[in-house]
Write a protein that binds this ligand. Sequence first.
Ligand code: AMP
Length: 452
Amino acid sequence: MMRVSAPDAAWSARIAGPRCIRARIAVDGIRAMREEKTDLRRFEELNLSGESVAVATELGWTEPTPIQREAIPAALAGRDVVGIAQTGTGKTGAFALAIMERLTRGPGPRALILCPTRELAGQVAEEVARLSHRRALRVEAVYGGVPIGRQLEGLRRPPEILVATPGRLLDHLERGTVDLGTVQILVLDEADRMLDMGFRPQIEKILRRLPERRQTMLFSATMPGGVQALAQGVARDPLWIELAPRGTTAVGIEQQVYMVRPERKSELLLELLAHPSWDQVLVFTRTKTGADRLLARLCGAGIAASVLHSDRTQKDRTRALDHFVRGHVRVLVATDVAQRGLDVEGISHVVNYDVPLDPEDYVHRIGRTGRAGATGAAVTFVTPSEIAALRAIEHMLGRSLERVDAPEFGYGPALTAERTLNPRRPRGSRPLGTRLGEELSEERLAELLKVG
Ligand code: AMP
């Protein structure tokens, strides 16, 4: 199971400071937000039933997270909710607990949760099932990339709670194997990601199959225009909750930048992995071929690793994740398919082997570590051609990230040494991406590498 172990009061400290949280809530619309202070409350004080409080306690959840404190009472009162919250904030628990309290029994799916990826759908279904185990509610997940047969079986007797990716759900709708006319509560999880992945047309088709009268909750890590428009279209007079302003990264995460030569990235990673504290490491590459190449390199160096990207079959992806979660492999190399929603216990380090091009992806990637009060570290490898992308990240964060000097991998003494030894490379033989670094004067390079 992929879980962050039970945290403690660190939640409040990590996300919001001392005994209060600053939740930005807009009662009447998108941008009209007012600051509101809310006292810390316990699960018992959120109007939850004894069953829900008991299940939260069983999971070791000693206090609600900020998004839970804001969203649960509103949702229990029947209100639509739009939450701007990163993964790792406990938003799944927020909507799952509210769903369980509000569902009325009856035929057909009573709650529908739409998620962008198979991995997230699987994890959300697991979390919902864990939270609902005292209530004998059936939870089914339908997503693409796996044979439809077993899902057809699971849908024959409609579950109370259906978790789905948009494409596969449409497939079921078109086959007539699922009917959404009974849905009372709709959750759109990671709405920004769904739109990024081009799911808007599918979502619209699905919306047309849902009853008009329903409760809607939409969660998104970011709120670009498209998501705002979607939220306005699907939710009625929602409570807007913003707990993770753009560019917020969890406080417990130590973040460092290594300036590195492109051709030395894998050696630098191996060097870092030699450190015993690097015990469960998630490495992000920009491309699938890059991920496969790095996997081969790691395996060649005797490091137990697996890979997760969209060219792998669903079976391989599930196995890769499972091996990582169980600690059978120490390193998981992934493209951005794994970036959001992955909830793996105890990731010690996240490595941006390539700098993400979208600064917000940086926040999501490094959010895989330091979750739910745990501490973690995120390391970003930066080559000269990636400096602009690093600057964009720092601009968004509003601060520069700590640089770590590793001259043997970067451009310190190593640059001089190599230049002396190998003054002119034959044209065409230089490794991809090194051009900029090699052709700049050392002064210009030193200036560039200062960044920030
Ligand atoms: P999410 O943001 O939904 O991906 O949740 C992140 C992790 O936090 C999951 O492992 C949850 O099980 C865990 N979690 C959710 N709510 C709480 C809570 N109130 N206290 C401690 N952990 C929580």
